[in-house]
Write a protein that binds this ligand. Structure first.
Ligand SMILES: Nc1ncnc2c1ncn2[C@@H]1O[C@H](COP(=O)(O)OP(=O)(O)OP(=O)(O)O)[C@@H](O)[C@H]1O
Ligand SMILES: [Mg+2]
Length: 274
């Protein structure tokens, strides 16, 4: 289904993604982990053609994604929707209009200019919001919602594109543990129920273990681990993060704990990222 072969991206002398190869034969839920600067975002950005690869091949269902141009490229981008850490909603616009933006790629320009949406699209947007448990907020401005709710709006906007793949770049990094759980469960449900592939960059090990079928570990642009959550032992994690013997799994955990413990974790997390 997805073949990544020696995919490389250089920025000057710096190799952000270094000859990454893996393949996926069915729509899995995949977590990509690794320290800050490991190349996780660059990989996702190459996959949906926000950034060009320097070398290598990326094939999805037999199609060479990296050479797509014009309309074919836009169609691919709509087929692999992206979700970001900062939600990227239009804050002052109402929730349902934000979601309808996801259907823009499929609409004629004239409708877009006058903010006219076909009735079917509006119904579909509400249905998707309902599925994510936030239909009650449809008429509110996006900025009036909590972070977890806003991220679910962003997921709804992605689903509006009816994508085959959902790429999520640290989708829960700005959320508290409770909202992080709700958002990860929503992504997992979308994968289970719709059979969409989900590839999520995650900064915590327990999230990758808990929600993903497969985990890819990156270090300095290279894939240094590719396996099941069970194979992702503390020793393996230490290698991925390039940490020393004092590496603590708590530093990469989103478990719900008391606020003081969470603050301590954040401080340690910052250290792991350096
Ligand atoms: N547009 C760019 N120009 C120059 N260098 C870049 C650019 N984008 C990324 N890089 C570099 O590529 C490397 C990988 O960056 P990337 O953002 O992919 O890492 P990441 O794993 O997503 O990190 P984080 O966990 O901090 O988000 C880093 O060294 C970064 O500085
Ligand atoms: Mg990143």
């Amino acid at each position: 289904m997805l073949v990544v072969d020696k995919l490389t991206r250089r920025f000057g002398a710096n190799t952000a993604v270094d000859s990454a190869s893996f393949s996926v034969d069915r729509p899995m839920m995949i977590g990509i982990i690794g320290a800050s600067g490991a190349g996780k975002s660059t990989f996702l950005r190459m996959m949906n053609r926000l950034t060009d690869a320097s070398e290598g091949v990326l094939r999805f269902e037999g199609r060479d994604v990296l050479t797509l141009k014009g309309r074919d490229k836009r169609r691919w981008q709509s087929n692999c929707a992206m979700i970001f850490q900062q939600f990227n909603l239009v804050p002052r616009m109402d929730v349902v209009s934000n979601v309808l933006h996801g259907a823009l790629a499929r609409r004629p320009v004239i409708g877009t200019l006058f903010n006219l949406y076909p009735r079917d699209d509006i119904h579909r947007a509400i249905d998707i919001l309902d599925r994510l448990g936030i239909a009650g907020h449809a008429a509110k401005r996006a900025e009036a919602l909590s972070g977890g709710q806003q991220q679910r709006v962003a997921i709804a906007r992605a689903l509006m594109q009816d994508p085959k793949v959902i790429l999520a770049d640290e989708p829960i990094a700005s959320l508290d543990p409770m909202n992080a759980q709700i958002v990860m469960e929503a992504l997992r449900r979308i994968h289970d129920e719709d059979g969409r592939m989900v590839i999520a960059n995650l900064h915590t090990l327990d999230t990758a273990r808990r929600y993903c079928d497969r985990v890819i570990g990156m270090r300095l642009g290279r894939i240094v681990f590719d396996g099941t959550p069970e194979q992702l032992t503390t020793g393996v994690a230490r290698d991925i993060y390039g940490a020393g013997a004092d590496f603590s799994e708590d530093a990469t955990s989103t478990e719900i704990r008391d606020p003081a413990a969470v603050a301590r974790t954040e401080i340690r997390q910052a250290r792991v990222s350096v």
